[in-house]
Ligand binder design. Sequence first.
Ligand SMILES: [Fe+2]
Length: 425
Amino acid sequence: MNTKEELLRELDNVDKRTMDLLSDLSDEQLAVPYHPGINPPLWETGHAAFFYEYFLLRELDGGDARMPGYDEIWDSFEIQHKERWREGVVPEKQRALDYYRSILDETRQRTEKKDLGSRDIYLTKYCIFHQCMHLESLIWCRQTLGYPAPPFTEKPPSKESNGTNGDVEVEGGSYFIGVPGAANVWEAETFSFDNERPGFEMQIEPFKIASTPVTNRQFLEFIEDGGYGNEEFWNFGGRTWLRGGHQHPEYWEKEDGVCRVRFFDQWQDLPLDAQVMHVSCWEAEAYCRWAGRRLPTEFEWEVAARGTDQRMFPWEGSVEDQDADIDAKYMGQVSVDAFPDAASPYGCLQMIGGAWEWTSSQYLPFDGFSVDMYPYMSTLQFGDHRTTRGGSCATSACLIRNTYRQAYHPSRRDCYIGFRTCPLS
Ligand SMILES: [Fe+2]
């Protein structure tokens, strides 16, 4: 995504998807109730546009504020989360959408007409990727509130599934983790965020890892074996979290011994061979304790996905070369063995897409970390979040890669997060 054509294509793509996620919602649905895991969609849309305005139209081009007085509204670090719901703070619908449209149009024209230098290209990508992150949160907002599935979600392929497929072995040795630090990140051929740099060589002991993520069927066994009621499976954080009365993953319902799951606005049978998701890190770790297994570190995860040749995706080539549950295509409804050709060099499946995967790693900067021009993309989460890897069904294809690091608070489970496990030795 380094040419004008590629930038324009992705800009159109993210713009169209954002509008698709808003346009089928009524005004009542857009007026979302307060919830700590979501944002008012109109605020989120204006905020995404503000990035283009701030970094491209103002910082690079020296333009003036397009909506004077609104920096404090659109900048997520100027406005408290709860304030975004306060009456009169976010402009009414037409004004917010007009602002969004004018900024996206200006960005498009700028990208078409300007002679783009490396800084223009890097920052345009940065703003597109930032909007992609908000696409993901607009999608989980629809799940949180029980709105319909995204209009671009497809029915999953109805293939026979063999379910899980045991562990694979990863040889020990020296592996390169992350993306090499560049003197000038604008010039790097491949885009990376500050939290992926600077990469480093790391000695990894041999380990085994499940070839597939934990499935709903497997997680149900943990529940039916009394997993939530047995404190010995739960660590200190998990026991504290359990006091919330949790008995199963978010959006599950158990009635007369039958488990169903709410998929957006529909209750449906649990897809048993699909990846379990909407589980907190505490649930993932309790499952591991019960199963006599553990979470991988984020470095083991990366090695299992990447092998020895520093590839961008578990498979060779580009993201388009294999089918994967990304771009809200199947929304986590596919079996864990649905894409056998997308296996990593060690034979791991669905490392990209489906659900983000919890790791045992605290989310920390790599040694030598230096912040990009936007200090809040990573730094606020360092320390008390866990690293998740691999992207989810709601992550954009242009955003995800083997080295991408996302972070969630361990109690979080409204987002699309699951896990895979490693045997203890
Ligand atoms: Fe943001």
